[in-house]
Write a protein that binds this ligand. Structure first.
Ligand code: FAD
Length: 358
């Protein structure tokens, strides 16, 4: 289940077990997981962006930072200049602060189509990995991106989004799983060579999604293996071929034939070269501290900055690093939200023990 690979970081797995031990009892049905009404972009990002814009925050999209200059004294590190691609540099003033998302799991993703497989891109197409590599050369406290971005074959997997102008598939899954859309967990096809999973979110998943349109998201952890039905690796497959493989595993090929013949579905495959980067084995110091020692006006944010004890592949982790950054650099009098400590609660330990011996 989920995106851990057999070669993923044991330290991260340990963190997951400790952090979420209270959820182990309900894990088989993903009980305790909080879900947003729509997809996370529309439910989380858009409202926050609107809130901030109303308060005068200016967003400058399409703007790539290619390098950052720093001045280093014996005990103070200060960011001084942002270098932008195809734009003028920004010289930082006394009251300017820089928050750097070093590394991102969606970098260099590529979309295929119904009849075309996506391309596997690399670091040269990414913004954040190239930037972090440059920064890491400037000071050892800025971490080491290499374990997270230099092994694409271990870090990649492929995902897909299917759109149906028809409810046959979703009705079938609801009946079969007993879960109304948006209430179930991942459905993992454990016999699948690609190790495929699908997730049926609450419908509509997008605020403007028409009533008769249903969508699902899925992925395969082993994209270099040939399918059980389609004689191609997942990486070589178009959207149509990925759905053929999915329908084969769920034994719904006959059921879905009329929908397919009527052209009432689409599937977009996506190559994600860095998606599992955050689970790669790492050493202490590979992830920089959020506010490194001596930093006067900058901090690192996101999945590749160190938030002790918290677990990556979550929105919460990135939010926590942002809290650590702001509360660490400014005198707000506020405390970073503590993490729920269930690992020392006998009630949860007992429930978890029972659950794993079921
Ligand atoms: C398929 C998928 C499913 C997920 N499911 C869940 C889930 O169910 N629950 C959960 O909690 N989390 C989930 N996550 C994880 C969560 O979405 C991420 O951890 C979170 O969005 C990371 O946020 P971030 O702001 O740190 O980084 P990002 O969202 O990666 O943002 C980094 C930003 O920096 C920009 N950028 C990069 N380089 C540069 C540069 N040089 N100059 C300027 N801008 C740059 C990028 O364009 C991007 O906008 C999922 C992630 C994925 C991909």
């Amino acid at each position: 289940m989920f995106a851990f690979q057999k070669w993923s970081s044991l330290a991260e797995m340990r963190r997951y077990m400790k952090r979420f031990i209270h959820l182990v009892d309900g894990l088989y049905k993903l009980g305790g997981v909080m879900r947003t009404k729509y997809n996370q972009y529309h439910s989380v990002i858009v409202p926050i962006q609107r809130y901030l814009e109303e308060r005068g925050v200016k967003f400058d999209f399409g703007c790539e930072v290619v390098d950052i200059d720093f001045s280093f004294s014996s005990d103070v590190k200060t960011a001084t200049v942002l270098h932008l691609k195809d734009k003028n540099e920004i010289v930082l003033g006394e009251n300017d602060y820089v928050f750097i998302t070093n590394g991102s799991i969606t970098e260099s993703s590529d979309n295929g189509t119904w009849d075309k497989a996506p391309k596997l891109k690399g670091i040269s197409d990414s913004g954040s990995w190239k930037l972090w590599k440059k920064l890491a050369e400037k000071d050892p406290s800025f971490g080491n991106p290499s374990p997270f971005c230099d092994h694409i074959d271990l870090q990649k997997w492929y995902s897909f989004t299917a759109t149906f102008k028809d409810s046959t598939f979703h009705d079938y899954i609801e009946n079969f799983s007993g879960n109304v859309d948006g209430t179930g967990g991942l459905i993992t096809m454990t016999d699948s060579n690609w190790f495929m999973s699908i997730v049926i979110a609450r419908q509509p998943h997008f605020p403007n999604q028409p009533k008769d349109v249903k969508i699902l998201w899925g992925y395969g952890l082993y994209p270099d293996r040939k399918g059980n039905f389609v004689n191609k690796t997942m990486a070589e497959c178009s959207g149509a071929e990925i759905l053929q493989e999915l329908f084969f595993h769920l034994k719904v090929q006959e059921l879905m034939k009329p929908v397919l013949d009527a052209g009432k579905l689409n599937c977009i495959p996506v190559a994600m070269p860095f998606i599992d980067s955050l689970f790669m084995p790492r050493e202490l110091g590979d992830r920089p501290d959020v506010v490194v020692k001596g930093a006067s006006n900058f901090a690192f944010l996101g999945q590749f900055a160190e938030a002790p004890k918290d677990c990556v592949f979550t929105v919460e982790y990135s939010v926590r690093t942002a809290q650590m950054a702001v509360y660490g650099l400014f005198d707000t009098g506020k405390e970073v939200h503590p993490m729920y400590d269930s690992a020392h609660n006998p009630k949860y330990l007992l429930a978890a023990l029972k659950a794993i011996s079921r």
